[in-house]
Design a protein around this ligand. Structure first.
Ligand SMILES: [Fe+2]
Length: 371
């Protein structure tokens, strides 16, 4: 059994840096880096100086030993700095990094990816949720698609946070989850069949879920930052459904109110989630199912010219014919990304087939050839 050490009330935390030459090092931190000198002692022969600035407290100590350390300076224009500033007189080195680096979307050639649900949602991710990776090659780093399961009912140990993304959506595939979003009113329940677009930077929190809750989450780029929010609490008092977050507005699509329309292929119908409009054409998300009554289904091959064509089978079975590849039977939980320029055809759709389709951009140009 381990015992937590008892700590008193902490009033300040200092980074100790060994420093033989106190005066020039203090001058460096004050004059070059904008720190202020708080304490110096003893007066007759200073051995310790306390400095503070940029949210950091530093203790320069003539009696300390060891490496003088590395400090990262997040600044506006790191390339514009004089390289001589990179080492202080006491030997402390500095890494200059961009305080606001641009969001990098990795370039990648089109990639075919296919995964199936083998019944093992394994990896434990953030906030205790279990993740299955639907695109293990991550489309070269451009996209991440996850099948997320929360097995037990109850509160979800999440906190208010936001993501640095170009695109991110969540579709509830089973059970329900209660969520809350900045400026979008009180917390609400996302039921199976519902989905949301999480525009870049919107503060949000997952509150509680049913047992066996499943969602499919798709984001771009694959690796993105999650930042905890310490100031804003949710729900916020304002209701601003038209607020733009980096050009996108929050979208909540409710399956119960959905309108079904013919899909681009005969024999199917789809409901649009409104994400095409919410993202101003960046991405579209729709749910596709067999149309009733059954129509003649011509064998049509399609080629698209877009960045992403992603399908996740919510129910039923089908066969995917893809140019240059063996036929692939698809069952519930299968996920596929069909690259641009590749002839493909969805065949043998079962009567209960239902699939989630995500495309970037919202409107893909499809070239169809009848076989
Ligand atoms: Fe999140």
């Amino acid at each position: 059994m381990t015992t937590e050490p008892v700590l008193g009330t902490i009033r300040a935390v200092e980074v100790v840096l060994p420093c033989i030459d106190l005066d020039p090092t203090v001058d460096f931190f004050v004059d070059r880096l904008g720190f202020r000198l708080d304490v110096i002692m003893p007066a007759d022969d200073p051995a310790v100086a306390l400095l503070s600035g940029h949210g950091l407290r530093i203790r320069l100590d003539r009696g300390a030993t060891g490496d003088p350390g590395v400090l990262r300076l997040a600044c506006d224009e790191p390339d514009a700095w004089d390289l001589q500033l990179l080492t202080a007189p006491n030997g402390t080195r500095f890494q200059l990094v961009d305080a606001n680096p641009p969001l990098v979307i990795p370039e990648s050639p089109p990639l075919f990816e296919l995964t199936r649900d083998d019944g093992d949602i394994g990896g434990v991710g953030r906030a205790g949720m279990r993740y299955r990776d639907l695109l293990p090659k991550r489309q070269g780093g451009r996209f991440i698609a996850s099948h997320i399961l929360i097995p037990e009912a109850g509160p979800v140990p999440d906190y208010v946070h936001h993501h640095r993304v170009r695109f991110q959506m969540i579709y509830c595939a089973a059970g329900w989850v209660r969520v809350v979003y900045e400026d979008q009113g009180p917390a609400f329940v996302l039921q199976a069949g519902d989905c949301v677009l999480q525009p870049p930077g919107i503060r949000h929190r997952v509150l509680e879920s049913s047992a066996g809750m499943e969602v499919v989450e798709i984001g771009c780029p694959a690796e993105h930052e999650t930042t905890a929010e310490h100031v804003i609490t949710l729900p916020t008092p304002d209701l601003r459904p038209d607020r733009l977050f980096e050009g996108q507005r929050f979208v909540r699509h409710t399956a119960a109110n959905a309108v079904w329309e013919p899909w681009r292929l005969a024999g199917f119908e789809s409901r649009d989630t409104g994400i095409g409009a919410g993202t101003d054409g960046l991405a579209a998300v729709r749910i596709v199912r067999r149309a009733e009554p059954a129509q003649e289904r011509p064998l049509v091959e399609s080629v698209h010219d877009g960045e992403l064509l992603f399908w996740f089978l919510l129910a039923g079975t089908a066969t995917l014919h893809t140019e240059g590849r063996p036929d692939e039977p698809l069952g519930k939980g299968a996920a596929v990304a069909v690259p641009s320029g590749t002839r493909h055809r969805l065949a043998d759709a079962s009567a209960d087939l239902e699939l989630l389709e995500v495309t970037l951009p919202a409107t893909l140009e499809f070239t169809a050839t009848r076989r």
